[in-house]
Write a protein that binds this ligand. Structure first.
Ligand SMILES: [Fe+2]
Ligand SMILES: [Fe+2]
Length: 290
């Protein structure tokens, strides 16, 4: 269980594993940030392993979305909405705990997935309802519409992927991955830029550069022969986010970004990197050397 395994670019320790004549499934854990990131190993083809890895990763992200919403829905002004966010946090923390403790076994993974899917659908609806209530001026919170839409889309994609894995499919569509995640990355960069202290001019500019870069990548990301330049851009953004986590933790960066939020977006970049490398590996594409 504790074996370090190295497959090309892959780093991390094995967390769960299943082996059979026709299935390879391994969940790895990468521990370079504040919180570990759980990912399917790049050679995983077993859909239940993919489903469990996905559930472990996203139940934690969704619990944190609920916590961020809790923080930004002031209890004094919006007690009902605040309470709802608290409840969702509890639900997803429990689901995450469950996901961390089950084996890669069809019945258990199916049961967990079904519940995670239905709870995520409810959470997405809550996020989208808040967007509508804010858009019509019924409520005023500290949640940006763009942030609510961002975390709603993350939930929707988790549901879509989870359903695909539960149908026994494991397609990694490079175009879909780049399209979905580039937008997530440029939005993260915009969030960072807007949450930094106004005096952090250099960092704000760096974040805005990342924003422009990923908007461009979403529009066009040509393969150069059979080499893909995007994984290295993703590596760069992981480094940028890791530096932000450390700087914020050490109070060297002035901002209203919590270390938890900084690490949350870092892990999503790590997840993007993993999905893209899986898709590239299947398509026989290699990352473009620096
Ligand atoms: Fe997120
Ligand atoms: Fe995100």
């Amino acid at each position: 269980m504790e074996m370090e395994h190295g497959m090309g670019m892959e780093r991390g320790k094995t967390f769960r594993e299943t082996m059979g004549p026709e299935r390879i499934g391994r969940i790895i854990v990468r521990e370079e940030g504040r919180k570990p990131a759980y990912l399917a190993s790049m050679d995983t083809t077993d859909p239940y392993t993919l489903a469990l890895a996905n559930a472990i990763f996203w139940t934690d992200q969704l619990a944190e979305h609920s916590k961020f919403m809790e923080m930004l829905l002031p209890i004094e002004d919006l007690p009902a909405q605040h309470e709802q966010a608290v409840k969702f946090r509890g639900v997803f923390e429990m689901l995450h705990e469950r996901a961390m403790n089950i084996e890669i076994e069809e019945g258990a993974v199916r049961e967990l997935s079904n519940e995670a899917i239905s709870q995520t659908e409810l959470l997405v609806k809550f996020k989208r309802d808040l967007i509508d209530q804010q858009a019509t001026g019924k409520i005023h919170s500290l949640l940006w519409p763009t942030f609510l839409d961002h975390i709603a889309r993350e939930g929707e994609r988790f549901v879509k992927q989870q359903k695909m894995f539960m149908d026994g499919k494991y397609e990694f569509d490079r175009e879909e991955i780049i399209d979905f995640w580039s937008k997530i990355m440029w939005e993260h960069a915009a969030f960072i830029a807007h949450l930094l202290d106004p005096e952090e001019v250099d960092l704000i500019n760096q974040a805005l550069d990342e924003n422009v870069k990923f908007k461009q990548i979403q529009k066009e990301h040509p393969l150069e022969a059979q080499t893909d330049p995007v994984p290295l851009d993703v590596d760069h953004t992981i480094d940028f986010k890791m530096a932000a986590v450390k700087g914020i933790e050490a109070a060297e960066i002035k901002s209203i970004i919590t270390p938890e939020l900084a690490d949350h977006v870092r892990r999503e970049a790590v997840f993007f990197s993993n999905e893209l490398r899986m898709a590239d590996m299947i398509a026989n594409i290699t990352p473009k050397a620096a």
